[in-house]
Design a binder for this molecule. Structure first.
Ligand SMILES: *Cc1c(COP(=O)(O)O)cnc(C)c1O
Length: 421
């Protein structure tokens, strides 16, 4: 089920006014829906002593969104200096921030430690020698390699660039301990958009087993495990949603068994992006052209820089045409943007109601990895972002890009290096 009935009931009555006031295109996010999902996630894991979600900032890096996460008691999962700065801007400090980069640079280490610090999650054993100051608390990202299979978006662990290999993981903690680390966590991130809760349960079990093993080998104990993000949402109308409550129950059982064997349990961290915000955003666009050649094309006033997923992964995003349904006559069309790139399409050979210029299309599930992935190819500018508040107010939370933004990097002091004589 894409966009929920509850979101539709909140959005559709205010949409005409919103379009009139702000103009298209825009992403609009639903605060009530995001909070509802946050409550549901917390409830599902309420049986675990210390559960915390660290919202994956890359999914929807907007300060107004991050404030909502903070108000629910969530932390922030960051992978770049900009994401760190954004999280700190909304009050994230120290243990509120997991810093999970890969191919980490010196500047990133400095930024991760600055300004109250963060939980540093190292992607490789070789990085131990490169951390400028070894923090007291350290985490490693684990890559199980052939021990697990991954999925389409993230690929098989054995081919993935992420994490410390199985053969190196004990040594990684041993060396960290020798360098002065005293508090430890273990992280992994294996799947993306996974709808089968069993996969996530196996990931938690795998980490708990590994924690027991490493603890014995190295003589340390673990403060937390972090099962990563990757919880899926149903983009297709016929897809079933992830059974989060069952997942919570089964992981809680695994934690109870761990406690019986070890006399303590680590905290459970998670860093969901898509699950938290994906279904709670839509992209509203206007049909501006219609073209009938070998296929019928509906051209809209946004392009793939507002939503890359169809082009990047062949992803399906459900589309509604405002005020029209299939009963009123339908046709098969490609919904396209303006880029000189043939994969600049929001839908390919999709059955939709008959669309004329001026119709409003709602592209569902753009609340995560939507606006954030955009780019400026072809000199195109990214759209604005709005938020539908719980009280019905609609806030602009990011303005649309302007030509000045686009040309800003051409504003610089001239510099050149003469040829060597
Ligand atoms: C992208 C990413 C996430 C979030 O993934 P979702 O599929 O949005 O849940 C979490 N952790 C890390 C390290 C990531 O790279």
């Amino acid at each position: 089920m894409p966009m929920s009935e509850a979101f539709k009931n909140r959005l559709l009555p205010v949409l005409p006014r919103t379009i009139e006031h702000f103009g298209t295109p825009f992403h609009i996010y639903d605060e009530a829906g995001i909070r509802e999902t946050g409550r549901r996630l917390k409830n599902a894991f309420a049986g675990i002593e210390n559960f915390r979600e660290f919202f994956a900032v890359k999914a929807l890096p907007n300060p107004r969104i991050l404030e909502i996460m903070g108000s629910m008691g969530f932390g922030y999962d960051c992978s770049s200096i900009s994401e760190l700065l954004l999280s700190r801007k909304v009050g994230g400090r120290d243990e509120d921030i997991m810093y999970t980069s890969n191919n980490t640079s010196h500047d990133e280490f400095i930024a991760a430690a600055a300004d109250g610090g963060s939980i540093l999650n190292l992607d490789d054993i070789s990085l131990l020698a490169k951390v400028p100051v070894m923090p007291e608390r350290i985490c490693f990202r684990y890559n199980p390699g052939p021990r697990r299979v991954g999925n389409d978006i993230i690929g098989n662990p054995i081919e993935a660039k992420y994490g410390v290999s199985h053969d190196q993981i004990v040594d990684a903690y041993r060396q960290a301990k020798e360098r002065g680390a005293q508090r430890f966590g273990l992280h992994t991130m294996l799947a993306s958009n996974e709808l089968n809760h069993e996969y996530m349960v196996h990931t938690a079990e795998m980490l708990l087993e590994l924690v027991e093993f490493i603890a014995q080998e190295v003589g340390i104990s673990f403060e937390f495990i972090n099962i990563g993000g990757g919880l899926g949402i149903p983009y297709q109308p016929e897809a079933n949603e992830l059974q989060i409550e069952v997942m919570g129950r089964e992981i809680t059982t695994a934690f109870q068994a761990f406690r019986q064997r070890n006399g303590y349990t680590p905290a459970l961290f998670m860093e969901s992006g898509r699950y938290m915000t994906g279904p709670h955003g839509v992209l509203a666009v206007k049909a501006i052209n219609r073209k009938e050649i070998y296929r019928t094309y509906v051209g809209v006033d946004a392009c793939m820089n507002a939503l890359m997923r169809p082009a990047l992964y062949g992803a399906y995003h459900h589309i509604d045409v405002l005020g029209k349904d299939l009963a009123g006559g339908m046709e098969v069309v490609d919904v396209v943007g303006s880029l000189c790139e043939n994969n600049d399409k929001f839908a390919v050979q999709r059955q939709l109601p008959q669309i004329v210029d001026g119709d409003i299309l709602l592209i569902h599930d753009t609340g995560a990895h939507g606006h954030a992935m955009g780019f400026n190819y072809n000199g195109t500018l990214r759209p604005q972002e709005l938020m539908l508040r719980e009280d019905g107010r609609i806030d602009l939370i990011r303005r649309r890009e302007t030509l000045d933004d686009y040309f800003a990097t051409l504003n610089f002091e001239e510099d050149s290096l003469p040829p060597k004589v």
